[in-house]
Design a protein around this ligand. Structure first.
Ligand code: TYM
Length: 332
């Protein structure tokens, strides 16, 4: 059976982009066909300026949402990254295989370090080494596949490079993983700024639909989405990015195809209304389960405790073998 690993970072409230690009796939497809692990990657949330209480709160919320979207602890392993030491242990070894040039070439590093500099703070060293920790997350479990939105493709590519390099230098240790992306909505764009990804923590708040937004808030955000100046509804990501984004969201929510949907609409208004309704419908059951789970925090804690124990047992032997392969003396 294939092994799948993926994660979500608790740096903000989870968005429709997270759901359509990743979480929904994990719940509807991956957990049923693979031995899967899904992780709240809290160590990654420390790579930019953070408030400790907020990270703790968002980590709990993200874990609760992973269950609310339908991840079933009987079918997959759900856990928090910092509960399993192997991630940090392996990350150090991989830092000894990666180069600083590789890190500086990462698109997300360039974007995020620019943002941190603008804020006037220093750039944390951990932001530079972020992709190495991400590689450790994946390689520690021998994952074959990493289901992610397409913004993570470069990081998974780097993970492959590090795995291959380590294996060549020190003997076969790691499975070389590959990224998988959903067929539609692999990159949901901000509704107000449709040339930028809908991120959890970006500057265009009104253009972000959060998983826990009330239906009237979702409707308002979608109805106010920036579209283009044309009249006709066509699917063209380059020339009509706002419209294309709405068509992709609608297609992802209804199981349709964006080109075919474009032909079915005569006006932007009707498209926006149907998209808003479709998003509200897709979020409704998630929000209902989230409410139930919030009333039972002990259940969520139990899932995370069991998940961490299972994850540790899987990662330990892989990371131990990497320690031996690279030349470290095993403890007596
Ligand atoms: P994060 O927390 O930014 O996002 C979690 C998942 O959601 C996807 N995603 C999107 N997909 C489509 N459209 C969007 N607008 C959108 N925004 C986010 C992301 O691609 C991701 O799949 N570095 C990762 C977390 C991570 C990880 C890992 C992932 C750390 N270690 C190991 C996989 C495996 C991140 O910041 O995801």
């Amino acid at each position: 059976m294939k092994r799948v690993f993926s994660g979500v970072k608790p740096t903000g409230h989870l968005t429709l982009g997270n759901y359509l690009g990743a979480l929904r796939q994990w719940a509807e497809v991956d957990q049923h066909r693979a031995d899967s692990l899904f992780c709240v990657v809290d160590l990654h949330a420390l790579t930019v300026e953070h408030d400790p209480a907020r990270v703790r709160r968002l980590s709990r919320q993200a874990a609760t949402l992973l269950l609310a979207v339908g991840l079933d602890p009987q079918r997959c392993t759900v856990f928090v990254q910092s509960h399993v030491d192997e991630h940090a242990r392996l990350s150090y070894l991989l830092e000894c295989v990666a180069t600083d040039g590789e890190m500086r070439r990462m698109i997300q590093y360039k974007e995020k370090s620019g943002r941190e500099r603008k804020r006037g703070g220093g750039v944390r060293l951990s932001l530079l080494t972020y992709p190495v920790l991400m590689a450790a997350d994946i390689l520690a479990y021998g994952a074959d596949e990493v289901p992610v939105g397409d913004d993570q493709a470069q990081h998974v590519e780097l993970t492959r490079d590090l795995a291959v390099r380590f294996n060549q230098r020190y003997g076969h240790t790691f499975v070389v993983p590959k990224a998988t992306h959903p067929a539609v909505a692999a990159r949901v764009m901000n509704l107000q700024e449709p040339t930028s990804k809908m991120g959890k923590s970006d500057d265009f708040g009104p253009g972000i639909v959060y998983l826990l937004d009330e239906p009237d808030v979702v409707r308002r955000k979608v109805m106010r989405a920036v579209t283009d100046s044309g009249q006709e509804v066509v699917y063209d990501r380059e020339e009509r990015p706002g419209l294309a984004n709405l068509l992709e969201i609608l297609a992802a929510c209804t199981g349709g195809n964006p080109e075919a949907l474009a032909g079915a609409y005569g006006s932007y208004g009707a498209l926006k209304k149907d998209t808003a309704d479709a998003v509200v419908e897709i979020l409704r059951p998630v929000q209902a389960r989230h409410r139930e789970l919030c009333a039972d925090p002990v259940r969520v804690e139990g899932v995370l405790r069991d998940g961490a124990a299972k994850a540790r047992a899987m990662a330990r032997p892989v990371v131990d073998s990497a320690y031996r392969a690279i030349g470290l003396l095993p403890p007596a």
